[in-house]
Write a protein that binds this ligand. Structure first.
Ligand SMILES: Cc1ncc(COP(=O)(O)O)c(C=O)c1O
Length: 494
């Protein structure tokens, strides 16, 4: 889609559900539950009750249904078009996985049910753990963490427990590359560790000499993702692992980029000791809009006793939850994490079976194809060949003054979700594209043609591109004001 006329489905501003609730005309009737009503005061102590009822919107069902329908049409999603958001692996989520996760035997069970009633669910967890262990070369996994960042924190807590169990209590620092995802230093800080930054080379990989100079007995771990956030494979990974281990430090694998390697290479074989995976990326469970995610963490045998409790064990044909784990770091999330995501990832993995390396190969092929199509438009951030994602810069494009933000915003006018911008922070005017294996050559060509059109347009009329988007319900926002003075909550007009 192109042109600057607002799209029909986006015409007009969509009121909030609170504003719509002013026209309440009564909704369809509900079937009476048959449960006798009791005054709230019988159930809760009076001091806990609010004096006024909360301002919950009252809205007729058809009005609500149309409101949600309009919002859904405005939303960008994979049923609408390509979603090349770098570092996020926004691949298509197979419908069959949704259907399987919705089966009553999975969707309607309760975490407090007897183990004998939920043997199938426990079996899925047990088998998923084995599959993840096989794919990563780790000994055991916890399935509890609810996101990649949560997995990072969980993994670092286990690394701390490992050092503490050896009486090595002075390891208080974590070495992280300058190109790392922001969650890495954030998780380290939340775990009470100090972050030490290591430089990248001009090729975009970890500068091993700089790394060596940062290592001393205070370093608990080195956190890396491979391929890294520049989409470049860390060729020196075996040397890095050796250097880390010689220093008594552990090597942490941020698995957000596993889509480039899944089934082809294993972090465990590269020397990593702890690994988190983003099921909502590599294993195609839906994400965006805030979750629910799933960030299982795998560990080498020496750290298995520290895994969060419980884990699923198998005794013959029976599966059980093992809660008797005296060295565990404890629970990191209620019950068993986002169980529905585990079912989807399991279904996805079983569908591919031993063909899973195709995912990685096609993801890399697609990214390299797109890199070759975009190469004339935007210079690559680094000279190394990309893996599953590519980082380019609008600096040096044929249209001087064209910024990454302008390209991202103008893409929205063409019905394309914007790539990741200004990340990694080491690359000026960065655009990071991750097409994933689920895009066809045709859709990659369309994306490249649209980018070429934007550069040509910027050469003719930069101001028009700088004012984009022109067709969306909300036009160019003041990003600084939005960051500095965010309005996060609707309040009724006085
Ligand atoms: C490289 C990298 N590490 C970590 C994360 C954090 O994962 P999550 O968003 O699941 O917390 C991301 C997310 O985009 C990422 O790209």
């Amino acid at each position: 889609m192109s042109g600057d006329a607002p799209r029909a489905e986006w015409a007009g501003e969509e009121p909030l559900v609170f504003e719509l609730s002013r026209d309440y005309t009564g909704g369809p009737r509900e079937v009476a539950s048959g449960v006798p009503e009791r005054p709230l005061g019988d159930l809760l102590p009076g001091v806990r009750l609010r004096a006024e009822p909360p301002p919950i919107p009252s809205i007729a069902e058809p009005v609500l249904a149309r409101h949600v329908g309009r919002l859904a049409r405005r939303n960008h999603h994979l049923h609408h078009g390509i979603y090349p958001l770098g570092s996020c692996t926004m691949k298509y989520n197979p419908v069959v996985d949704e259907q399987l996760a919705g089966l009553p035997g999975f969707a309607d069970i309760h975490p407090y049910q007897d183990e004998d009633d939920v043997q199938g669910a426990l079996q899925v967890m047990w088998e998923l753990e084995r599959l993840l262990a096989e794919l990563t070369g780790m000994a055991r996994f916890t399935l509890q963490p609810a996101a990649g960042a949560h997995g990072e924190w969980t993994g670092l807590r286990m690394i701390q427990a490992h050092h503490a169990s050896r009486g090595d209590r002075d390891r208080t620092r974590v070495v992280i590359p300058d190109s790392a995802h922001g969650t890495n230093p954030a998780s380290a800080t939340l775990a009470g560790l100090e972050v030490v930054t290591v430089r990248s080379t001009r090729e975009g990989t970890v500068d091993v000499d700089d790394l060596r100079s940062r290592l001393d007995p205070s370093v608990a771990a080195i956190m890396l993702t491979n391929p890294n956030t520049l989409g470049v494979f860390e060729r020196d990974i075996l040397e890095i692992a050796e250097v880390a281990h010689r220093n008594g430090s552990l090597l942490y694998y941020d698995g957000a980029n596993l889509n480039a390697l899944v089934g082809v290479a294993r972090p465990g074989d590269m020397g990593f000791d702890v690994v988190h995976l983003n099921l909502h990326k590599t294993f195609s469970t839906p994400h965006g809009g805030g979750g629910p995610g799933s960030g299982p963490v795998g560990v080498a045998e020496a750290l298995a006793r520290f895994l969060p409790t419980p884990i699923v064990e198998r005794d013959g044909d029976r599966f059980r939850l093992d809660r008797d784990r005296p060295h565990s770091i404890g629970k990191v999330r209620a019950h068993h994490g986002n169980f529905g995501m585990l079912v989807r990832a399991y279904a996805y993995l079983r569908a591919y079976g031993s063909d899973i390396p195709e995912v990685a190969r096609d993801a890399v092929l697609n990214a390299r194809y797109l890199a070759s199509r975009l190469g004339d438009l935007f210079p690559p951030a680094v000279p190394s060949p990309c893996m599953h994602e590519l980082v380019v810069s609008t600096r040096g494009s044929r249209a001087p003054g064209l910024r990454a933000l302008d390209v991202a915003k103008r893409l929205l006018d063409h019905g394309v979700y914007a790539p990741t911008t200004y990340f990694p922070t080491t690359v000026p005017e960065a655009l990071m594209f991750e097409p994933t294996e689920t895009e066809s050559k045709r859709s990659l060509d369309q994306l490249a043609d649209i980018c070429a059109g934007i550069v040509a347009e910027a050469e003719r009329d930069l101001a028009h591109v700088q004012a984009a988007p022109h067709t969306t319900p909300i036009r160019r926002v003041d990003e600084v004001a939005a960051a500095r003075h965010p309005v996060l909550r609707w309040t009724a007009e006085p």
